[in-house]
Design a protein around this ligand. Structure first.
Ligand SMILES: *Cc1c(COP(=O)(O)O)cnc(C)c1O
Length: 229
């Protein structure tokens, strides 16, 4: 049994708590390590946005893009290696984890070859933990924004971040607030970004209070992940 309804009600409550209209936040269900049957169960309950973090897992688990149910939208939310770019653009509707100029160039080259435009998010390493992916600082992020003029096949929809793990609420809040500032800055500069993807099972109420428009929630919906298989 998945806990989709419960999570949706609790998102609604968290929205009310911080004075937001629940329709201003969408839920992306993160199905990594869980079977496709559970993805379909969520789909049958009305869920449309899904996230997975590994190209190989999606290749083995999901039908090809054209064979998926109507309106199902799958984002790659994990680190993308350049040698998996060709597969990734076949398997995902959006790449939410773009985090380097070489990766932008690899995506641009592949998409130009196929004459396709793809939506992407830029991922920020907002917690500055070394193990994390994402642009490491504001300078590298702004360089990448500038580099978009050389990537006509990439359409930037917004930003993504994983907050610091470990439970210090204030650290989480300030990391999310910083990414929201960057998002607002780009929009003030004329970008029309409309996706701010932040907040996971453990910290989504904080993300909502800091302006997230998309939450990525896995374990609260599908249960704990078993990596032993
Ligand atoms: C796994 C994952 C999530 C979901 O995490 P939960 O804590 O299970 O909600 C969200 N974002 C990213 C990038 C992930 O890898």
């Amino acid at each position: 049994m998945i806990q989709l309804e419960e999570v949706c009600s609790s998102i609604d409550r968290a929205c009310h708590d911080c004075g937001r209209d629940p329709s201003s936040a969408s839920l992306r269900a993160v199905s990594k390590t869980h079977p496709y049957e559970l993805v379909l169960e969520a789909y049958d309950q009305g869920q449309r946005l899904f996230g997975e973090n590994r190209v190989q897992e999606v290749e083995a688990k999901f039908p090809p893009l054209a064979g998926r149910p109507d309106g199902m939208h799958l984002s790659l939310i994990g680190h993308l290696q350049r040698n998996k770019v060709r597969k990734a653009v076949q398997l995902f509707n959006r790449i939410d984890s773009v985090d380097s100029i070489p990766l932008m160039d690899a995506l641009e080259k592949e998409l130009a070859r196929e004459d396709r435009v793809m939506e992407v998010l830029f991922e920020l390493n907002s917690s500055h933990e070394e193990a994390k992916t994402g642009f490491p600082d504001d300078d590298s992020f702004f360089d990448a924004v500038g580099h978009l003029s050389s990537c006509p096949h990439l359409k930037l929809r917004g930003l993504m971040t994983v907050g610091p793990l470990g439970g210090d609420e204030e650290a989480v809040r300030s990391a999310f607030a910083h990414v929201k500032e960057l998002y607002d800055k780009l929009n003030a500069d004329g970008w029309k970004l409309d996706v701010l993807s932040m907040g996971m099972s453990g910290d989504y109420p904080i993300a909502l209070s800091q302006g997230a428009t998309e939450l990525r929630i896995g374990s609260a919906i599908f249960g704990a992940r078993d990596y032993s298989k």
